[in-house]
Write a protein that binds this ligand. Sequence first.
Ligand SMILES: [Zn+2]
Length: 158
Amino acid sequence: MNEFFETEEELQKCFLKWQPRLGLSDWNIGVALVDNTDLDGVAGESEVQWVNKCGTISILKKEYIPDDLLIKQPHEETLIHEMLHFKFFALQETSREEHFYEMMQHQLLEEIAKALFLAEYNLDADWWSESYKEKVESEELFTEPNQWCTNSTGNSAR
Ligand SMILES: [Zn+2]
């Protein structure tokens, strides 16, 4: 398993693998690898048009993904997360309650996407933080004081 897609063809192939599994065969969804400027600090984004059953998914190119994340962020898992947004209706965020609901929904989809990814490759839950733990053990992580912040300022899937 490659952690990142090198080409749009790899992304497309992976999308076609998950489309029937997630019950999305009757949807028209365009997928693309995009630059940092197209995504506002997130690893992926989806636009869902419920009426026409179509939409787009944008995935951040691998060169823009920080290499010091606490939790790994493989492209395939981001793709699954974005595809799951086509199963759950998102509310317009006009109140605190809706904003809260929205965040909880992203978190839930992320947990489901992670579980599906682990099952696909027969991995344990430890896999997500494997490389981070190695860094802590080698004390490499604490050479730069601001490294924690890079993880908290974003690059979560949206
Ligand atoms: Zn999300």
